[in-house]
Write a protein that binds this ligand. Structure first.
Ligand SMILES: *Cc1c(COP(=O)(O)O)cnc(C)c1O
Length: 365
């Protein structure tokens, strides 16, 4: 039996991912922890992790032990770092698999120390410092009192120190305060030589700020081709294109309603193409009525009415020769993913991570 091609798919350009990684290296002047949480921002956890491993990065950064497990099970040996705090029942597997956690509290450190002792291991950990994200990490005002207790834990090796920007794509003054606060903490804890790895920058930090005494950077979004700060966009290459096909074309009369809720009524007889993708694929329904466009055969065409779960409609000119089967780009080389995010009233991170499993991932070398 023949297998039909996919309805909706993403094309992932690995060559461009490699180029963006090089840009992260040169812009930061640091080692790289490639952030692959949330299925490598929708690009496919195992495949992207394997690709990145071959480029010789220093760490893969993930959100949780489930992601770390999948990467290890795929045969990837690169050190894996957990970007957030952990809870009790995750910790034994973290130790058993030699995943590197960041430590946010004494009790977390204590728990890891105890498990590592049981396993007869010394676990590499990084100290997380909360310089203004208000998520994980020790407060700068507390870490100085607590460091002696942490250093006394014989089954932990404090290999690194980290913090995280909360507004590096929108607030320069606050970002500079975070950089200064992180530097101060490192000095207070005995200086750079105390920590083999010092890391602070996400993509916006890498692109727009000096490395601040760090020797490791944590790019996520920029690897996948989007700059969180538009003025740096030209440094990056598109990695992901979301595509589908026209399933049918028909002409409807004047005054005809298009899609759920009848939010669009044709002002004249119109040629309308139906495309085989919808919010069930992760193309955001929120773009409905916001002027979003798709790209077909060299031109942009506007979406009409609401995006439905599996299909959406676009307006074609009367003389259009577009037929059923024509390839449609929802975002990618011709329509920036950032533009879709703006039309949807969200951020591009959410657009990427929202692409659902139904969408086939196709890797271009
Ligand atoms: C997600 C994440 C990153 C990557 O952020 P981008 O803005 O996508 O580059 C870096 N560090 C931490 C702690 C994160 O959670």
């Amino acid at each position: 039996m023949p297998i039909s091609p996919p309805r909706a798919w993403v094309e992932i350009n690995l060559n461009n991912l490699g180029k963006n990684l090089e840009t992260a290296r040169t812009s930061s002047g640091c080692g790289i922890m490639a952030v692959v949480k949330a299925g490598a921002y929708g690009h496919g956890l195992e495949r992207i992790s394997k690709f990145l491993e071959q480029t010789g990065i220093d760490f893969l950064g993930v959100a949780n032990i489930g992601e770390a497990r999948r990467i290890r099970d795929a045969g990837v040996k690169t050190p894996i770092y957990l970007l957030g705090a952990t809870w009790d029942e995750e910790r034994e597997e973290i130790v058993a698999r030699n995943i590197t956690p960041c430590i946010s509290t004494i009790s977390e450190a204590d728990a890891f120390n105890g498990i590592a002792a049981k396993y007869g291991k010394v676990l590499n950990v990084h100290l997380a410092i909360d310089t203004g994200m208000g998520r994980g990490g020790f407060l700068p005002s507390r870490i100085v009192e607590q460091i002696a207790e942490l250093r006394a834990m014989r089954h932990l090796n404090i290999e690194g120190i980290a913090s995280h920007f909360s507004s590096s794509d929108e607030d320069e003054d606050f970002t500079n305060c975070q950089i200064a606060s992180f530097r101060q903490v490192i000095d207070d804890l005995g200086g750079e030589k105390q920590f083999s790895w010092r890391h602070l920058s996400n993509s916006a930090g890498i692109l727009a700020y000096p490395n601040a005494g760090c020797n490791l950077a944590r790019p996520g979004l920029m690897l996948y081709g989007v700059s969180p700060i538009t003025s740096f966009q030209q440094k990056l290459k598109t990695v992901m294109s979301l595509k589908s096909r026209v399933t049918m074309v028909k002409t409807v009369p004047k005054g005809h309603s298009i899609s759920y809720g009848r939010s669009y009524i044709t002002p004249r007889p119109m040629k309308v193409a139906t495309v085989g993708i919808g919010y069930g694929d992760g193309y955001p329904r929120q773009v409905s009525g916001k002027g979003a466009e798709v790209f077909i055969d060299g031109k942009r065409y506007p979406i009409l009415g609401r995006v439905t779960m599996d299909q959406l409609m676009v307006a074609l000119p009367d003389d259009s020769s577009i037929r059923s089967g024509a390839e449609v780009e929802l975002f990618g080389t011709n329509i920036p993913a950032m533009e879709v995010a703006e039309h949807a009233g969200t951020i591009v991170w959410e657009v990427f991570t929202g692409i659902t499993p139904r969408v086939e991932r196709i890797y271009l070398p």
